[in-house]
Write a protein that binds this ligand. Structure first.
Ligand code: PLP
Length: 375
């Protein structure tokens, strides 16, 4: 079976984890956590980076830091993972969904202003497949209406827009290091703080205490100073992640090579109008987080999934648009027309993509797809 995903491994993980265990300091913010924070800070050129237990909790921290309160509205795409909405809805906010641009599957920046009301507190964008949203108009709107900007950059680690790493445009950027992502610690994430709230972020992440300042020797005892949660991961998990961050560019290049082989091999099918391939707008340097194709419609997609399964190839789709999901109906509303969210989400199919995918395997996947359309 050709798997859809294999979590990345560099080979150094076990040694690093052993060192973390031998350090006899396995709670958060130890040696490996600091190293990960530092590497991410250097790469992103954002000096305030904190490893978290997931992208979901990084988003939750962003919601707390943005002072989201019951009744506030947060604008976001409906074509996204539940976590994007959960973080805000948990604080009593209403998720306000806006349609996507079918070319990128990202929120359509031109539709956002129409969804802004006097209750709007923030915009949470999501960079689908590591391909940047249309940043300039979104940043302008946040300035014009004094809104917080949060980037759900779960899929966008080491992806750039006009040379600037995604996750560094908004007040807060949230990364995922889940096993399905380009760099993994099993479950994990990070928050990038691009405003002056780093001290508060450290407090929220550490159960509302100033333990981070205590660990740095800035105060001689630590205490409960604010509302908080437990959002820092064990140093053992950071030890799992660190070798991958050290090999970030190598992993990225390997994935990009795979992405390019898919694109080149499937392009004739696209040119004959059988399928659609991803579109990379100018200024976007993506990270090959995924390779997807679009079929004619949901029925064709279902048949193709079955055909690939018969050929022992795993291919998957996502997301069920949030506005049509049970929780979306309860906690959100869609503004404007759903011209593309549902239709395009039903056409999208993700192909196997992981670090170490061989060109032979990609050829098998592409041949199977060609067989489906040209039989
Ligand atoms: C867009 C998006 N946001 C958030 C998440 C949640 O990430 P995590 O599992 O690290 O909480 C995911 C995970 O797939 C995602 O795709």
């Amino acid at each position: 079976m050709i798997k859809f995903n294999i979590p990345p491994i560099t080979g150094k993980e076990i040694d690093y984890i052993k060192t973390a265990l031998n350090n006899q300091k396995t709670c958060g913010d130890g040696y490996f956590t600091k190293k990960c924070n530092e590497l991410l800070a250097k790469k992103s050129e954002c000096k305030n980076v904190l490893l978290t237990t997931s992208c979901t909790t990084a988003l939750e921290m962003s919601a707390i830091l943005s002072d989201i309160e019951p009744g506030d509205e947060v604008i976001m795409p409906s074509f996204t993972f539940s976590s994007t909405a959960d973080a805000f809805v948990l604080r009593g906010a209403i998720a306000v969904f806006v349609d996507i641009n079918p070319k990128t599957m990202n929120i359509d920046a031109d539709l956002i202003e129409n969804a802004i009301t006097n209750k709007t507190k923030a915009i949470c964008i999501m960079h689908y497949a590591g391909i940047a949203c249309d940043m300039e108009p979104i940043i302008d709107l946040c300035k014009k209406y004094s809104l917080s900007l949060i980037e759900d950059a779960a899929q966008a680690v080491n992806a750039y827009y006009r040379g600037k790493m995604l996750g560094t445009f908004g007040d807060y950027g949230c990364y995922s290091f889940h096993e399905t992502k380009n760099y993994s610690m099993g479950e994990g994430g990070a928050i990038l703080i691009n405003n002056d709230k780093m001290e508060m972020a450290e407090i929220i992440r550490e159960k509302g205490t100033d333990r981070s300042q205590f660990l740095r020797g800035q105060i001689d005892k630590y205490t409960w100073v604010e509302k908080g949660g437990s959002y820092l991961p064990s140093d053992v998990l950071a030890a799992y992640l660190l070798p991958q961050l050290e090999a970030m560019d190598e992993i990225n290049q390997d994935r990009l090579n795979s992405w390019n082989i898919y694109y080149k091999t499937l392009n004739p099918l696209a040119e004959h109008g059988y399928i659609e391939l991803p579109f990379i707008p100018s200024g976007c340097q993506h990270n090959a987080h995924m390779f997807y194709i679009k079929t004619k419609d949901i029925n064709e997609r279902s048949s193709l999934i079955q055909h690939l399964r018969d050929d022992e190839i795993q291919a998957v789709y996502h997301y069920i648009p949030l506005h049509s999901a049970p929780a979306g109906l309860k906690y959100g509303r869609f503004v404007g027309d759903d011209n593309y969210t549902t239709k395009e989400s039903e056409r999208l199919l993700r192909l196997p993509m992981y670090y170490g995918l061989t060109s032979d395997t990609i050829q098998k996947v592409c041949s199977s797809i060609a067989k489906f359309y040209l039989r």
